[in-house]
Design a protein around this ligand. Structure first.
Ligand code: AMP
Ligand code: MG
Length: 420
């Protein structure tokens, strides 16, 4: 079956559209960077951007220690053949070291994490020896130096273990904790104001009329922006009135780094965002060669970056992930991108595609019975059909110059994992 990439609109090729890559690079080159930082407890630092280098001020582990429960001895006492018998002279525990020297023909009982006593350079697992009274019997299968964790093998003293710009993960927080550091510098939160526009758009809780629809855009945007490094300013729904729009955007610009609105940026009579912002001269209204998400306004309102996203719910989300999220990551100087076109996967469906624009198809990435990864579309792809996003776990990116995809061809896929 041929699933059209877009079913609900007529496909008329139009020249003079801005290629999607060009739109993104224009956006990225026009952004300010956030240099301000705050100092926060490491427990609160997950998914924040590090604004300092973290240097190991000591070795982790501090000293050589046992990797298993067993017996510590000197490798000179390992038999080259047959069995050696060694006298157990004491015990070493994690936190309670054995502080005397271990001499030839002697060994100590040693537990995982215990500091290696003087004279010991090898640990034999307890399961691999025989113990009778106070003597262990060791056969000839063991190697010198085994089962010892070396000082500094995780973090070496003086080493820069995390760099500015690292988007902090649970493992990073653990690393910082292992150095005994309680607080770190992170970039301050990005303040993002969101608004929906449209006289037909109503809030949850309002009484619907025949011609109204509930605002979904502000909710999907809120959810996409609800992360530890962002503070959301919710501007609500703005009526299609140039004065209201301009006043609200001006007001938001006093505190927001970014203002995101949806609706009112196409060519309809009621698209007042254009009228409101044309006067400011700082916002461009683009027609991008992308589907969905063709109309996009981008620029500045006072000191805020402004994104005017399309009104259709899928177009909002596609524009957000393709243009706004990379901008957020750039402003916070996050090195690890949440989304990147990384996989080439076999399409198990024909997908109709027009050359001359990027098409972002919502896809289902899955493994077949043999473990082979494939992708197909979520079905109807109209830009108002939000279920096409809800059913998807990946974007299928059909590049600008690409034509129709035939079953069995490889397509570029951006998995959603990590986005949430
Ligand atoms: P517009 O670009 O303002 O003409 O909007 C395009 C389409 O998206 C129209 O059908 C709108 O009703 C719809 N739309 C606009 N804003 C929203 C919203 N916040 N939530 C859901 N649908 C919307
Ligand atoms: Mg509208």
């Amino acid at each position: 079956m041929m699933i059209p990439a877009q079913a609900s609109c007529t496909d008329i090729f139009e020249s003079g559209l801005l290629p999607a890559e060009q739109a993104l690079s224009q956006i990225l080159s026009a952004l300010p960077h956030i240099d301000d930082y705050e100092i926060i407890p490491i427990e609160k630092a997950k998914a924040r951007t590090l604004a300092q280098t973290v240097i190991a001020s000591f070795n982790v582990p501090r000293l050589n220690n046992a990797a298993v429960d067993g017996y510590g001895l000197n490798a000179n006492d390992l038999p080259s053949m047959g069995t050696a018998s060694l006298n157990v002279i004491g015990s070493a525990y994690a936190g309670t070291p054995y502080s005397k020297k271990v001499s030839a023909r002697q060994c100590v009982r040693i537990m995982t994490g215990a500091i290696i006593p003087e004279g010991v350079d090898t640990v034999i697992m307890q399961e691999h020896v025989e113990l009778k009274n106070n003597t262990v019997f060791i056969d000839d299968r063991h190697k010198a130096g085994q089962n010892i964790r070396l000082a500094g093998e995780d973090l070496r003293q003086g080493e820069a273990i995390l760099q500015t710009g690292k988007f902090l993960t649970p493992a990073d927080i653990g690393l910082i904790a292992s150095l005994g550091i309680a607080e770190i510098k992170v970039k301050r939160k990005l303040k993002i104001a969101i608004a929906s526009t449209g006289n037909e758009v109503i809030s949850i809780g309002d009484t619907p009329s025949k011609s109204s629809l509930y605002d979904s855009n502000r909710y999907s945007l809120y959810a996409a922006l609800d992360r530890p490094d962002i503070e959301i300013i919710n501007m609500g729904i703005l009526q299609d009135n140039p004065k209201t729009l301009l006043n609200s955007f001006n007001q938001a610009s006093q505190s927001a780094d970014i203002i995101i609105s949806s609706g009112g940026v196409s060519v309809g009579d009621a698209d007042h965002t254009k009228t409101a912002l044309k006067q400011s001269g700082q916002v461009d209204f683009w027609k991008i060669a992308i589907k969905p998400g063709r109309p996009l306004a981008f620029g500045h309102i006072n000191n805020s970056v402004f994104f005017g996203l399309p009104g259709n719910p899928v177009a909002v989300m596609v524009s957000f992930y393709q243009f706004v999220l990379p901008a957020i990551e750039a402003m916070l100087a996050i090195k690890e991108k949440a989304i990147a076109p990384t996989l080439q996967v076999e399409s198990i469906e024909n997908i109709r595609k027009k050359k001359g624009r990027t098409e972002i198809v919502r896809g289902i990435l899955q493994q077949d019975g043999k473990g082979h990864w494939t992708v197909k579309s979520t079905g109807k792809q109209g830009s108002g059909i939000l279920r096409s996003m809800s059913l998807a776990n990946a974007f299928i990116i059909l590049e600008h110059d690409r034509g129709t995809v035939k079953i069995g061809e490889s397509v570029t896929v951006q998995p959603f994992s990590g986005l949430i």
